[in-house]
Design a protein around this ligand. Structure first.
Ligand SMILES: [Zn+2]
Length: 454
């Protein structure tokens, strides 16, 4: 299809013309109380979404899984050699509790001050709908899309995306694509758009040491039996040095150094340590910008999430505890592997104290990163810039974890995150909302991404 600037302008005008209808569609969608664990409501919402997409001209079907259904849609381009983009999102929502803290009912979406308040408005219904409405608007003005578009909307994101991995594993041909785009979470709090290329993985585990059948009198037995809290602390203390570097053998073996381009991106990121300290509730941030972002995006962490031993309530109780536990996690970066790290941690603990048990908790989430230097990555960055008319903040990775590896590792495709919601969307909290300007900008941005990838 040849470039047609007039049509691009017409499409953007059409998006604005359709504004009221688009907001009505969002309101209707948010009315669906699709809390992940409410199987009936989730299934109803999947059928609702399917018929909505079909009405908008998208070939859509529902795939049953062991958990909640996946809504899959596609629109093929007339151009046989066209690229393909896969938009991923989720139609399930968090529970709305505590209800009394909402200013309007969570499933009776209400507009106030240019925002739509309702559970799921930003996370993630407003964002996934932006992609759908972008395709619909292009089809109103053009005979065909410039590229093939696929949609995967799951119903279990808020409870760990358990069925998605299997679905992707079993449907690689169906999901064949050049790139996966996810719009979830907020834009930068400065109002700048963001393009995010990766996440850290997470592995949870627990250290446990039991030294007696019961807690013991700390006077009558003090000095003659071991105290598990002290012993466990020795093990913990052996895991890091004074500069906060992890001393477990091989912990950093697979860590990749940031590339020159990634260092350039770090240079361009905003950095206001005073404000960050305020936001984090700490006295100050003593790291320079380069170290701050390198540690947040390119280095793994070893964190004690909780320590439990003995008596911890008000007042005193003179005991020697019978047991001590440390709840811990590793945030992994690209190339690191949870099974391998778990072995390394176990070997380390065994060397220091073989009585301490290392127990794995829950399932691991692998790290994921797509190169921002791929031609397709550059096209997406350019499209976002065109839509928002400012340079996006480009993050090589975020510090947190999402199941992005399903796209990069299981499907084996580049995956890029372009959030559309306002920074104060209050996702997972009372009064969740989607700024309607952000919603509209999202539709424009999806159009630019689709046009930009041709
Ligand atoms: Zn969420």
């Amino acid at each position: 299809m040849k470039e047609n600037k007039m049509n691009a302008l017409e499409i953007h005008n059409k998006i604005e013309e359709n504004k009221e209808k688009s907001i009505e569609t969002l309101i209707d969608f948010v009315k669906q109380p699709s809390i992940s664990r409410d199987v009936e409501a989730v299934e109803k919402c999947s059928r609702y979404l399917k018929s909505l997409m079909i009405d908008l001209g998208i070939d859509t079907r529902i795939y049953k899984t062991e958990g909640n259904p996946i809504v899959y849609g596609e629109v093929s381009s007339n151009n046989k050699n066209a690229r393909t983009v896969l938009f991923y999102g989720h139609y399930d929502v968090q529970p709305p509790d505590p209800l009394e803290e909402w200013d309007s009912p969570p499933f009776n979406p209400t507009i106030r001050n240019g925002r739509l308040y309702g559970r799921g408005a930003g996370d993630n219904k407003g964002q996934l709908l932006a992609h759908v409405l972008a395709v619909k608007t292009i089809l109103e003005k053009e005979e065909s899309l410039p590229i093939n578009v696929k949609f995967v909307f799951e119903g279990e994101e808020e409870i760990g995306s358990k069925s998605l991995t299997k679905f992707v594993e079993n449907n690689k041909e169906l999901l064949e694509t050049d790139v996966v785009i996810t719009s979830d979470g907020p834009i930068h709090d400065s109002g700048a758009p963001m393009v995010v290329f990766g996440v850290r993985g997470v592995m949870n585990f627990q250290l446990e040491l039991k030294t007696a059948k019961t807690d013991n009198h700390s006077g009558n037995k003090g000095g003659v039996i071991p105290n598990p809290a002290w012993i466990l602390n020795e093990v913990l203390y052996s895991m890091k040095d004074k500069d906060d570097y992890v001393t477990i053998d091989g912990f950093y073996d697979d860590v990749l150094k940031p590339t020159g381009k990634e260092m350039e991106l770090i240079e361009k990121l905003p950095f206001d340590p005073e404000n960050l300290a305020k936001v984090y509730g700490v006295e100050k941030i003593e790291l320079d910008k380069k170290t701050f972002y390198e540690r947040l995006m390119f280095l793994p962490t070893l964190t004690i999430n909780g320590l439990v031993s003995g008596y911890t309530k008000e007042g005193t109780k003179n005991i020697i505890p019978k047991k001590a536990t440390a709840k811990m996690e590793v945030r992994m970066v690209k190339n690191q592997n949870p099974e391998d790290l778990f072995e390394k941690i176990k070997n380390h603990v065994k060397k220091i104290n073989p009585d301490v048990k290392v127990i794995q908790q829950e399932e691991d989430m692998y790290p994921s990163r797509t190169s921002s230097e791929l031609p397709i990555s550059e096209k997406v960055i350019a499209a976002v810039k065109k839509a928002y008319k400012i340079d996006p903040i480009v993050l090589p990775s975020m510090g947190g974890s999402l199941p992005d590896y399903i796209w990069t590792k299981v499907l084996g495709k580049p995956s890029i995150m372009v959030p559309y919601a306002n920074a104060d969307e209050a996702n997972h909290a009372p009064n969740e909302n989607m700024d309607l300007d952000c919603f509209m900008k999202g539709i424009h941005c999806s159009v630019e991404i689709i046009n930009g990838l041709k």
